[in-house]
Design a protein around this ligand. Structure first.
Ligand code: FES
Length: 496
């Protein structure tokens, strides 16, 4: 039995008990902390201040700290492991939100506001001081609608089965409780609540009919901004507080992606950028300051663990990375506990490693002829899982190709590929490229973490006209309606 270690997180005021040896990244990513360089120690954005206790910095980390001009109280969370009790302050929450490494046009407001990412699986709310731009606290919860299914199709189906009112009540109640807990703890009043999420979450929260999202041409009755009074939502907030669910771009591209576009600053740049969200719906976006096109792929939530026999989200017990050390497969498990399954980044890693080791072939066949491969004690990847990976990977890769074709450009003309999504923190980019998921040099790829939440925080400070500007240049296409889609999709099923 591993020894427990107590971690105190400031300014969140949270105390967490974890197994000794747990990497700090496993703990912090759940609170919306971003790890932009993915643990290379170059960006310094994961820096934490040690307030009490011990947190070792080895020689490599010390070198990185020196390069970043950080003194003896500082640590890089991406390098640290919890070996004994300590208290840290998360520096990222003290910074004004950054987009593309430049301070976004920050115009201070008054009072406090809350940004909420209404995810299909997880909900994250952050309380901000609108004068300083600092994050004061964060709350996370599981979306209570998960009991109606993990993916959007089953949520829509449950609505059609007469459960929409119940789902609406559940999500409003849960987000209300999260907001209330933040306000009670800090004894402040808020003037604004910004909510972002995919179109299905937007519709269920707002009480819009989802029926037309269930059949071709999948049209929504209302994609627009939805305004609510606290009373309507049964939230105990001042009358003047504005509560708004931000507009969707298309039937399956919601305000989480609109927020992502804002977070990456791609709508302001001359050069082309790509945004990929490997979450529940697999949305992709390509564009620049002239024009932006987005699409949702048929990737489904494979990268969130659905349809993978031992798939799970990037939480404690998930294999988040797989590497080869001295010819042997080595898995990292989130939370330093025995493995229970694997999350999206673990799946991508496993595929890349198995390809390298020639345990699977280019067509996804298991070379031994068996129907599964052992990854770690009690965790296997089956032939069916490999097929699911291929389908999801082909959907993303083909979608990207169609978008590039639409602009008549290649990956060479794309300056940056931004990856959004919680498990992005754990992604091994070399493996992402090796499996053919994204066919671009590693240097161009930037892991952005939860872009929906970053964008929602930015919306707390922006006026409606800047959001309108993004919407005006952004359109949505149906990939499957493209005559080349099938051919490209079949081609991308191959693992290269
Ligand atoms: S230094 Fe970049 S994530 Fe830690």
């Amino acid at each position: 039995m591993l020894k427990k270690v107590q971690i105190s997180l400031q300014p969140l005021g949270k105390r967490i008990s974890v197994n000794q040896g747990t990497p700090l990244i496993d703990v912090l990513h759940e609170y919306g902390v971003e790890f932009p360089c993915g643990g290379k120690g170059t960006c310094g954005r994961c820096k934490v201040k040690l307030l009490q206790g011990k947190l070792q910095a080895d020689a490599v980390q010390q070198k990185k700290l020196k390069k970043l001009n950080l003194g003896k109280d500082w640590r890089l969370a991406c390098f640290c492991k919890a070996e004994s009790d300590f208290t840290i302050e998360i520096s990222q929450f003290e910074e004004i939100i950054l987009a593309d490494n430049s301070t976004f046009s920050f115009s201070p407001g008054e009072g406090f506001g809350i940004a909420v990412d209404v995810g299909t699986t997880t909900l994250v709310a952050q309380l901000l001081n609108l004068k300083t731009g600092h994050v004061l606290d964060a709350a996370t919860a599981l979306n209570p609608q998960v009991k109606f299914g993990g993916d959007l199709i089953s949520r829509i189906q449950s609505c059609l089965d007469g459960k929409q009112d119940e789902m609406q009540m559940l999500i409003r109640k849960k987000t209300g409780e999260m907001i209330q807990s933040l306000l009670e703890k800090h004894q402040v009043e808020i003037s604004k609540v910004v909510l972002v999420g995919n179109t299905v979450m937007h519709h269920i929260f707002s009480g819009l009919n989802v029926q037309s999202l269930s059949f071709y041409p999948f049209e929504s009755p209302d994609l627009g901004m939805q305004h609510f009074s606290g009373e309507q939502l049964k939230w105990k907030l001042p009358r003047e507080t504005t509560n708004r669910f931000y507009p969707s771009i298309g039937s399956f591209v919601g305000s989480d992606i609109l927020a992502g576009i804002a977070a990456t600053n791609m709508a302001e740049k001359e050069n082309f950028s790509i945004l990929i969200d490997l979450g529940t719906n697999g949305e992709i976006v390509l564009g620049n300051r002239e024009k932006i096109i987005c699409a949702s792929t048929a990737a489904g939530p494979a990268f969130e663990g659905a349809k993978i026999s031992q798939g799970m989200r990037a939480v404690t017990g998930a294999i988040s990375s797989v590497q080869v050390e001295s010819g042997k497969m080595k898995c990292h498990v989130i939370g330093n506990v025995p493995p229970k399954g694997l999350c999206g980044s673990g799946l991508i890693d496993a595929m890349a490693v198995l390809l390298q080791q020639e345990k699977i072939g280019m067509f996804g066949e298991i070379n031994s002829g068996e129907d599964k491969i052992k990854l770690a004690s009690g965790v296997f990847l089956t032939q069916k899982d490999i097929r699911e990976f291929q389908l999801a990977k082909a959907a993303i890769a083909a979608g990207l190709q169609i978008l590039l074709n639409t602009f008549k450009i290649t990956f060479n003309e794309v300056e940056n590929v931004f990856i959004a999504g919680g498990f992005g923190n754990f992604l091994n980019l070399r493996h992402v490229i090796q499996t053919g998921l994204i066919e671009t040099p590693e240097e161009k790829i930037i892991k952005m973490g939860n872009t929906a939440l970053i964008g929602a925080k930015m919306f707390l400070f922006e006026n409606d006209s800047s959001i309108q500007k993004i919407l005006e240049k952004t359109s949505h296409i149906n990939l499957e309606a493209n005559s080349d889609f099938q051919d490209i999709y079949v081609e991308k099923l191959m693992l290269t």
